[in-house]
Design a binder for this molecule. Structure first.
Ligand code: 13P
Length: 235
C-alpha cells in the first residue's frame, strides 16, 4: 500500500487547517497521514476520520517536564495521533538537531506506540562532493541505533536541495537512494522534496518508492487529493 503523507509545517490558521483536513478525500488503497502544526493537532485529529491518520511534526525526547515550547510523545498519543515525524531536515538544519537527538526521539516515539517517519537526506554541497550516500547511511544507522523492532518505522528520503525549491530529485535519483536505504534497513521508504501532482506518478512508479511526504502541495486539498488519487492507481 502506498503512503501519502502531508507535512503542513508552520502554515495555516485554525479555520484553514480544519477546512483542509475536511476536504481530504482518502481512498482505502492508500495510507493517508497529515502532520498539522501542534497547536491545531486536536481539532485536526478530531476531523481526520474516514481513513486519515495524524501525526506530530516533532517531539521532545522526554515524556514531560520543564521544556517550554515543546510537545511530547505521550501528549500526541493522548489526543489520538498515530505518527511522529522525526529528524526533518528543517529540524536538523535550522534547529541543529543531531543524529543522537533523532535517535532518542525515535526511541521515545516507539516506546509510546507512535509510528515513526524518520527523515534523512543530504545537502546540495554533500551531493556535489559525492558524499550523499555516506551522509544518508550515517543518518539511517545513527537514527535507528539500538532499535531492533523496525515494524513501526518508515524512512523519508528528502534531499535538502529538493525541499521547497521546486527542484525534485529525478525518479532515478530517488530510486537509487531508496534502494540503497533498503539495503541498510528493510523498511518502507517515502520520497519528499517538491512532490506535486505533475511529478508524483513518475516518482511513485519507482520500485522502491513506497510513498511520498508532501510539503507545499499538501496545503491545498486539490493537489493533495490528486496525489492520493495517483497513488491509488499505483497501489
Ligand atoms: P516541499 O514538498 O514543499 O518541497 O516540502 C517537502 C518536505 O519537507 C516534506 O516534509
Amino acid at each position: 500500500m502506498k503512503v501519502v503523507a502531508g507535512n503542513w509545517k508552520m502554515n495555516l490558521t485554525l479555520p484553514e487547517a480544519v477546512e483542509l483536513v475536511k476536504s481530504i478525500q482518502p481512498v482505502s488503497s492508500v495510507k493517508v497521514i497529515v502532520f498539522p502544526p501542534a497547536l491545531f493537532a486536536v481539532p485536526v485529529t478530531r476531523h481526520a476520520c474516514r481513513g486519515i491518520e495524524t501525526g506530530v511534526q516533532n517531539i521532545h525526547h522526554e515524556d514531560f517536564g520543564a521544556y517550554t515550547g515543546e510537545v511530547s510523545a505521550p501528549m500526541a498519543v493522548s489526543i489520538g495521533m498515530k505518527y511522529a515525524l522525526v529528524g526533518h531536515s528543517e529540524r536538523r538544519h535550522i534547529f541543529g538537531e543531531t543524529d543522537e537527538q533523532v535517535n532518542l526521539k525515535v526511541k521515545k516515539a516507539l516506546e509510546h506506540g507512535l509510528k515513526v517517519i524518520m527523515c534523512v537526506g543530504e545537502t546540495l554541497q554533500e551531493r556535489e562532493s559525492g558524499r550523499a550516500f555516506e551522509v544518508v547511511e550515517r543518518q539511517v544507522r545513527e537514527g535507528l541505533k539500538g532499535i531492533d523492532d523496525l515494524s513501526s518505522v518508515m524512512i523519508a528520503y528528502e534531499p535538502v536541495w529538493a525541499i521547497g525549491t521546486g527542484k525534485n530529485a529525478t525518479p532515478q535519483q530517488a530510486q537509487e537512494m531508496h534502494e540503497f536505504i533498503k539495503k541498510i534497513v528493510d523498511v518502507p521508504v517515502l520520497y519528499g522534496g517538491s512532490v506535486k501532482p505533475s511529478n508524483a506518478r513518475e516518482l511513485l512508479s519507482q520500485k522502491d518508492v513506497d510513498g511520498v511526504l508532501v510539503g507545499g502541495a499538501s496545503l491545498k486539498a486539490d493537489s493533495f487529493n490528486e496525489i492520493i488519487r495517483i497513488a491509488s492507481e499505483l497501489s
